[in-house]
Design a protein. Structure first.
Length: 298
């Protein structure tokens, strides 16, 4: 007998995008495919393995261009960021996105309400969340990227580099963060009002938790058209260390919320977008805006 609930889903197919080279991924995908086929026998399931860095964005763009797919990124924050940007490359799309955690950093999944994938598909209820739209000027010539969770300048990307080099596991990663503080250099920004500010860290966050162990804000509303601004003016490494310790223990508390934030870099500065590090040259104009309700998810 056919399960009518499976037929009621608003999706015409489920597309799994994943990195086949990741340890344990083959088993993970086999199990996931078996569970989906068992619970939703009438729903088409497509497997799209990535072949190179950035390929997930290309695959998601192609998938989002037709039909009503549910695109499932089996990845960490970085892989999901590629999928989100691929969908956003399609101006009008019926694609819906979600992520199943399979990476070193899974901040976005941890911040969202989690439930079994097949249950969410059966229910068929979608909702929309905000994204951060980052527009780079200067040498980047109007490049636009999207973040599902956060954009960080200064300490945040240096922490990511330090963790990657220092090994996995909470203790090793926190030790790596401590060592990273010794290499921290302040950076200057020119704000939209012309004022110059010198920072050790600047985080624009659409979620409350990041860097796996840190709570940067008490707010957790990724659909309110605003994001939180967490700043640390240049004040010495000991204050930076205290802020990091507070983030991983008590949390940083309430932070100011805005719908846009603009500045021009006076120095070259590393930038982390959902776990992926990019390097922003001096003299780059940066505009971060809340793209309210930009992404459909389940």
């Amino acid at each position: 007998m056919t399960d009518d609930r499976a037929l009621a889903t608003p999706f015409d197919r489920v597309v799994l995008i994943f990195n086949p080279a990741k340890a344990g991924m083959a088993t993970r995908i086999d199990d996931l495919q078996r569970d989906l086929a068992s619970d939703l026998p009438d729903l088409q399931i497509d497997l799209l393995p990535t072949e190179y860095a950035g390929h997930a964005r290309d695959l998601a763009r192609s998938v989002a261009a037709g039909g009503a797919p549910l695109i499932v990124s089996v990845s960490g924050d970085g892989g999901y960021n590629e999928v989100v940007n691929g969908v956003m490359d399609v101006p009008v799309s019926r694609a819906v996105c979600t992520v199943l955690p399979a990476g070193n950093a899974n901040d976005h999944h941890r911040s969202m309400t989690a439930r079994p994938l097949t249950e969410a598909i059966r229910e068929g209820r979608t909702y929309r969340i905000d994204l951060l739209r980052i527009t780079f000027g200067g040498a980047h010539r109007g490049q636009v990227l999207y973040a599902h969770s956060y954009v960080g300048f200064g300490l945040t990307p240096l922490m990511a580099i330090g963790i990657e080099k220092g090994g996995k596991g909470k203790i090793l990663e926190l030790l790596s963060v401590a060592r990273t503080l010794g290499h921290l250099k302040p950076f200057e920004l020119v704000r939209a009002d012309g004022a110059t500010a010198r920072f050790d860290s600047l985080i624009l966050a659409n979620i409350s938790q990041m860097a796996k162990y840190g709570t940067v804000s008490e707010s957790n509303h990724p659909d309110d058209g605003q994001f939180e601004v967490v700043t640390l003016p240049h004040s010495g490494r000991w204050k930076m260390a205290l802020m990091t310790l507070r983030a991983v223990t008590l949390g940083l508390g309430h932070q100011p919320s805005v719908s846009s934030y603009a500045f021009t870099t006076r120095d070259a500065v590393p930038c982390q977008i959902d776990g992926e590090v990019v390097h922003v040259p001096a003299g780059t104009h940066v505009l971060v805006e809340s793209a309210n309700g930009a992404l459909a998810t389940i």
